[in-house]
Design a protein around this ligand. Structure first.
Ligand code: G3H
Ligand code: 13P
Ligand code: NA
Ligand code: ZN
Length: 328
């Protein structure tokens, strides 16, 4: 059944767990998420980026989500717009049946220029008014995602900004967070604390210098009733890097967000954890393995099925690690 983000995260807060939000672009990813949720009896957040909506087509995507929800009627499913860049993107998501939208006002509508605070408050507040009148939840974002190692902020397409941002812009300010939540009335708040999208987050296992979990703890102290969201939360597991490289890939060594840091966040108000890269890597590793071992193979099902299985395994693991098991 369909459910809003607010309903899911309220339940997660009451029961001390966090929910992974998995990105979707196609049928295999949708089936992988639902099969994993079914196996561990977890509620589901599926999210689609603007890129996903144009890749899969809005109509195809909307009907795919309908099909997934119909297939597993007892699993609560929230369909969320990831990184909406303006009111129009959020409004069309609602028209296609999304039960939650992210208004990412940390960047301007071009999704690649850091926005000022007043713009962020204004555009987010307007989206909240519109979405709430439709019974849809809203996630806002305060602070620009990017690397504390390099000072590079990050545009939605994953490319760094031209200029280096100062440390403060890359860390959500707790005082500002209090003001932002009271003025916008968002249902969930994404914060910046050193994570970035994609596989190349850290050049070594992150410590408190580059992954500022203390910012989460401080914000949670000030806003105990606000659901916090961690973006860029793939762990970039070593075994997935190894599989990809063993079968012809060329990914330079890299580090993601350790699962134990996310678990620490869940103890301090983190309720939604965005994961895309890990699933991309799980699928790609499985596909590379099939194609390397069976170079004569040309039926897409021969590699898409193992790809789906690999993603299902990863999704189930994160559901368990974040405490979602049995919460559906
Ligand atoms: O926001 C980042 C997500 O991983 C979605 O990425 O914009 O390439 O679909 P995308
Ligand atoms: P990853 O690239 O770490 O998986 O982050 C995904 C994300 O934050 C989507 O909004
Ligand atoms: Na999002
Ligand atoms: Zn994100």
């Amino acid at each position: 059944a369909r459910i809003t983000l607010r309903q899911l995260l309220d339940h997660a807060a009451e029961n001390d767990y966090g929910l992974p939000a998995y990105n979707i672009n196609n049928m295999e990813q949708g089936l992988a998420i639902m099969e994993a949720a079914e196996a561990v009896n977890a509620p589901v957040i599926i999210q689609a980026s603007r890129g996903a909506r144009s890749y899969a087509n809005d109509i195809v995507l909307a009907k795919l989500i309908d099909a997934l929800a119909e297939l597993y009627p007892h699993i609560p499913v929230c369909m969320h717009q990831d990184h909406g860049n303006g009111p129009a993107t959020c409004a069309t998501a609602i028209q296609y049946g999304f039960t939650s939208v992210m208004m990412d006002g940390s960047l301007k509508e071009d999704a690649k220029t850091p926005a000022d605070y007043d713009y962020n408050v204004d555009v987010t507040r307007r989206v909240v008014e519109m979405a709430h009148s439709c019974g849809v939840s809203v996630e806002g974002e305060l602070g620009v995602l990017g690397s504390l190692e390099t000072g590079m902020g990050e545009a939605e397409d994953g490319h760094g900004f031209e200029g280096v941002l100062d440390h403060a812009a890359l860390l959500t300010d707790p005082d500002q967070a209090v003001d932002f939540v009271s003025r916008t009335k968002v249902d969930a708040l994404a914060i910046a604390m050193g994570t970035s999208h994609g596989a190349y987050k850290f050049s070594r296992k992150p410590d408190g210098e580059v992954l500022a979990m203390h910012v989460i703890e401080e914000i949670h102290r000030r806003l105990p009733d606000t659901h916090l969201v961690m973006h860029g939360s793939s762990s970039v597991p070593q075994d997935l890097q190894d599989i990809i490289n063993e079968y012809g890939g060329q990914m330079p060594q890299t580090w993601g967000v350790p699962v134990e840091e996310i678990q620490r966040g869940i103890k301090h108000g983190v309720r939604k954890i965005n994961i895309d890269t890990d699933n991309r890597m799980a699928m790609t590793g499985a596909i590379r393995k099939v194609l390397a071992e069976k170079p004569g193979e040309f039926d897409p099902r021969a590699y898409l099925k193992p790809a789906k299985e690999a993603m299902r395994k990863l999704c189930a693991e994160r559901f368990q690690q974040f405490g979602c098991e049995g919460q559906a």
